[in-house]
Design a protein around this ligand. Structure first.
Ligand SMILES: [Zn+2]
Ligand SMILES: [Zn+2]
Ligand SMILES: [Zn+2]
Ligand SMILES: [Zn+2]
Length: 156
């Protein structure tokens, strides 16, 4: 996954009365207002340049917009959808913010990575898992580890 933040500037321009009206990239109608917005090399009504998620008018909330996958988004939604949660404690790759994650203490994991790091057993909801030396372990491996170290398992 590439980690490029795609933000673009928004300019507010006043329309000179003697110029030919520009077409709005949002609604395709001519812009006859006194002001228009210029973003992504296109012209927009102030009302038409909106965040695809929360519908806020981007010209008002700031001077930047974010795009990804043909969506135009405000910064908040962009980060919510495409920002990152942190690094997966198992594979140490970045986890995008929109992805479901598993958490154990301060660690976050991809769903796919959340498995016993010794026997690869996946956990279902309600299964017990253990965190030891920052490794996720199933109950069997955890108890085996304890036995090897000479401790009696505490969880029964
Ligand atoms: Zn428009
Ligand atoms: Zn938004
Ligand atoms: Zn991972
Ligand atoms: Zn295991």
């Amino acid at each position: 996954m590439q980690k490029k933040e795609k933000s673009f500037g928004i300019q507010m321009l006043s329309v000179k009365p003697d110029t030919k009206p520009k077409g709005c990239a949002g609604c395709n109608r001519k812009i006859k207002d006194r002001y228009l917005l210029k973003a992504l090399d296109k012209y927009w009504h102030e009302d038409c340049l909106k965040c695809a998620c929360c519908d806020c008018r981007l010209g008002e909330v700031g001077s930047t917009l974010y795009t990804k996958a043909n969506l135009i988004l405000c910064r908040r939604d962009y980060l919510r959808l495409f920002g990152v949660t942190g690094n997966c404690a198992a594979c140490s790759k970045l986890i995008p913010a929109f992805e479901m994650v598993m958490r154990a203490k301060d660690n976050v994991y991809h769903l796919d990575c959340f498995a016993c790091q010794l026997c690869n057993q996946r956990f279902c909801v309600g299964d017990k898992f253990f965190l030891k030396n920052n490794m996720i372990l199933c109950q069997t491996d955890y108890e085996e580890g304890l036995m090897k170290e000479g401790y009696a398992p505490q969880v029964r």
